[in-house]
Design a protein. Structure first.
Lengths: 224, 582
């Protein structure tokens, strides 16, 4: 069992990771084959500032009405993605630097994040099933992905104490599956993120839309 | 099932039309639904099929089916689907033309930055290519291809209108030397306009001309390549976009103007300034600016004097999508308004967050969707009402029309003006002589037939016209109108649309039927009806359906005296220059 776990944690993970990296590289190559439209005009704004703004806008809930209006949904989104990031970190920490989370406080802290993320994931799944606008746009991949990620968060929760071999096998088994499946699923949207934000930010920065103007809300006439 | 010819053409073109930005926007959507209530269609209806992600998905299905790796293997798993029949294309048309104004509000509210408008435009492009588009869009596009402007104004008519407006300018400013220069070489700026300003809203062009006169601008207009609007933006037809862009750019280069200024037209500015250089591939040697920037420059340089007390009512500003969300032009209009009115009230949300007027993306030309357009304008109406303003200023003729429609529909106590009109009204000229009547400036008394079932309106228009030197014949019974036309041989007919015995639309068709001796009688439609209350009287749809020429003028009730008289003068002047009335 120990030997199997060791191979699963290490060699299998590295192979799966390499597979994912290759597929991602192929995907990026494929993406770059689409011709990019370019601005043929002098810039009105600042493209770099536009790109920077677009990249970080997701972390500025006050900058988007959709986040301002639905702050609980935004918080849910933040917690869920934080949990996924922590779970991914755990896949590297456990086999290579287990001492980093050996203390009970670290374990509890990580488990707390994973638990909250799991609950956020459940909430997202329920909403996808209940909200008509979400149900209408959801494909099998959407449902499968959220269920899969929720199970993954759960497995990470039980694997984090690094005690139960079965919990670790389940966790690393899922990680392996993820590394192979994700490049073909909607979960790979994060791969597109920097590209999408780069082009959108460049475009809107060029035209002076990004960074967004807020301006004074109490304009007064200057001449009477 | 075998694909229809059109569906096959759409599939064949799809891959070619998808650029990198579109591929990213297709691929990145996580279906999170965050965009849902950023769309005014959804806000007004609560219909999940109006959510931006759903609408984009109707196009994304094609991407998933034909392009996405997983979709090629298991399309259903990722929501991929292709188009097979003409009915599929019609359904797609309904979504991309009828349910979206490409305002981009959802894009700015999407955590992933999906450019929904780009996807919708890609789909429009595919559909337009196979002729599946609203008739209005196809007709206007055809006019732009064939006439070089979206209202099919012929060159002679255009030149005469500019000359007539020059005379109006002279009367307005009291200077016989005041002119609207045409084809002047080496001018500092060439002014390109929305054809609506020549055809139906000459006050707008007159206002700009007055400003240029006041600052002593060295400007000109062109007799060709003067339309800054571009239906290529709406239909997705880049070739048309390039054609229209080339016409205007050629005019600037031909006349050697130092810069190009586009009048207050949101999509016109966006198309001319940003998209046309991309579509044409031309590197321009001259700058392009919006008239808002020109006005701001005049104020900053102290070249003119303004009296904001002339505009004493509370004024709010509506940011047109193509200026606020696609051109970053949000502060210039506010700067101008601060200088030409005494009470400016901000609308919320504003700038890039503003709600669409509901008439963007070419929606004003899609008469089959008029009722839906007005229905989804409710959030905009609420937003306007909350300002408490009496005037909503905007810098887009399309928005002017859409806002006017919704103000009527939702019975708001406000009216729409362009920023330029408010600016011109506040302009202080050395002296402003009272306008001369038609008789005083030596015109022959022209005869106008007023047809309207409301006695109050007939009385009002009759008095107004007679006070200004016209001879008036009137009737409240539309069935008598044809007889009166035969007997009285009027020079002009002002026609109401909603009348009990014979609708104005039918009368108009009768007049334009030809072979009756009065087929060319100039007609100004004077109406207060809302198409949603009387879909059968939707005039835009009516003239498209019956292939009728547009009326010579269009004035909305309640009638504004100056605008009405200006339209009457313009139409009579044009008619006199072109053809004799039977």
């Amino acid at each position: 069992m120990d030997q199997f776990l060791k191979v699963l944690e290490d060699e299998v993970q590295l192979i799966a990771l390499a597979f994912m990296a290759v597929v991602y590289m192929l995907r990026i190559r494929w993406l770059l084959k689409f011709p990019a439209s370019r601005e043929n005009t002098p810039s009105r704004g600042d493209e770099r500032a536009g790109i920077a703004y677009a990249m970080v806008a997701i972390a500025m809930p006050w900058a988007m009405e959709s986040a301002r209006k639905h702050w609980t949904k935004y918080a849910e989104f933040a917690v869920f993605h934080l949990g996924v990031a922590v779970a991914i970190a755990v896949t590297f920490i456990l086999p290579y630097w287990p001492g980093l989370i050996a203390g009970p406080r670290a374990v509890v802290a990580i488990q707390a994040v994973l638990a909250l993320a799991f609950l956020a994931g459940v909430s997202r799944f329920v909403k996808r099933c209940v909200r008509p606008d979400l149900r209408l746009i959801s494909s099998a991949d959407d449902y499968f992905s959220i269920i899969l990620l929720d199970l993954y968060l759960l497995s990470a929760f039980f694997a984090t104490p690094n005690r139960s071999a079965w919990a670790l096998i389940a966790f690393f088994g899922m990680t392996t599956f993820f590394l192979i499946y994700v490049p073909f699923s909607k979960i790979s949207h994060y791969l597109y993120y920097p590209f999408q934000k780069y082009y959108l930010g460049k475009h809107l920065g060029h035209r002076g839309v990004y960074p967004k103007q807020t301006g004074s809300t109490n304009l007064q006439p200057v001449a009477k | 099932m075998q694909r229809s010819e059109k569906a096959q053409a759409v599939v064949d073109s799809f891959r070619k039309k998808v650029n990198r930005q579109a591929a990213l926007s297709f691929g990145i959507c996580a279906h999170c639904g965050q965009c849902t209530d950023s769309c005014h269609y959804y806000l007004a209806t609560g219909d999940p099929k109006m959510a931006p992600a759903y609408k984009a998905d109707q196009v994304r299905k094609l991407y998933k089916y034909h392009t996405d790796w997983m979709g090629k293997v298991a399309p259903k798993w990722v929501g991929g689907k292709t188009v097979v029949s003409d009915e599929d294309l019609e359904a797609l048309k309904e979504v991309v033309f009828g349910n979206c104004t490409m305002c981009r509000r959802c894009t700015l509210n999407c955590p992933m930055g999906v450019d929904m408008a780009l996807l919708i435009r890609t789909a429009r492009s595919l559909l337009t290519e196979v002729g599946v588009a609203p008739q209005g869009v196809l007709d206007v596009s055809k006019d732009q291809w064939e006439h070089g402007n979206q209202m099919a104004v012929d060159k002679q008519d255009y030149i005469e209108t500019i000359e007539w407006l020059s005379e109006e300018l002279q009367a307005e400013v009291g200077d016989a030397n005041a002119v609207i220069p045409l084809n002047k070489e080496g001018a500092d700026l060439l002014y390109a306009i929305n054809p609506r300003e020549v055809k139906y809203a000459p006050l707008s062009l007159l206002a700009s001309a007055k400003v240029f006169y006041a600052v002593g601008e060295n400007w000109t207009m062109a007799s060709e390549g003067w339309d800054n609007t571009n239906f290529g933006l709406f239909s997705g037809d880049n070739a048309l976009g390039a054609h229209m862009g080339n016409l205007v750019f050629d005019a600037v280069e031909r006349l050697g103007a130092k810069k190009l200024v586009t009048s207050e037209c949101g999509h016109g500015f966006r198309a001319t300034k940003w998209e046309s250089p991309n579509w044409t591939g031309r590197k321009l040697s001259f700058p392009i600016e919006n008239y808002l920037e020109t006005m701001q420059g005049y104020i900053q340089s102290g070249r003119l004097k303004l009296d904001p007390s002339v505009n004493a009512e509370p004024v709010t500003y509506h940011d047109p999508c193509n200026l606020g969300r696609s051109s970053g032009m949000t502060e210039e209009p506010r700067f101008v308004l601060q200088h030409c009115c005494t009470e400016f009230v901000e609308m919320h949300p504003n700038r890039a967050d503003n709600l669409c007027c509901s008439g963007g993306g070419g929606a004003m030309s899609m008469s089959e969707y008029t009722e839906r357009r007005l229905q989804v304008a409710k959030p905009k109406a609420d937003q306007l009402a909350a300002t408490g303003a009496k005037v909503v200023a905007t810098a887009c003729h399309n928005c002017v029309d859409a806002l006017s429609d919704l103000i009527k529909r939702y019975k708001l106590d406000m009216r729409v003006k362009t920023v330029g009109e408010l600016f011109a009204e506040a302009l202080v000229l050395p002296e402003r002589p009272a306008r001369a009547t038609t008789e005083a400036i030596g015109e022959v008394r022209r005869k106008v037939l007023v047809v309207d079932d409301e006695l109050d309106t007939v009385t009002f228009l009759t008095t107004l016209l007679e006070d200004n030197g016209y001879q008036v014949v009137s009737t409240t019974d539309s069935t008598q109108a044809l007889e009166l036309i035969r007997q009285e041989k009027p020079d002009l007919l002002t026609l109401d649309l909603l009348m009990p015995r014979m609708a104005g639309t039918d009368l108009y068709r009768e007049i334009r039927a030809g072979n009756n001796g009065y087929g060319n009688l100039p007609v100004i439609i004077v109406t207060g009806i809302s198409p949603e209350d009387h879909p059968d009287l939707d005039f835009r749809q009516f003239i498209y359906q019956h292939s009728l020429p547009r009326p010579d003028g269009f004035v909305e009730k309640p009638v504004e005296k100056e605008q009405f008289l200006l339209s009457v003068r313009k139409v009579l002047e044009s008619a006199q220059e072109t053809q004799p009335v039977a």
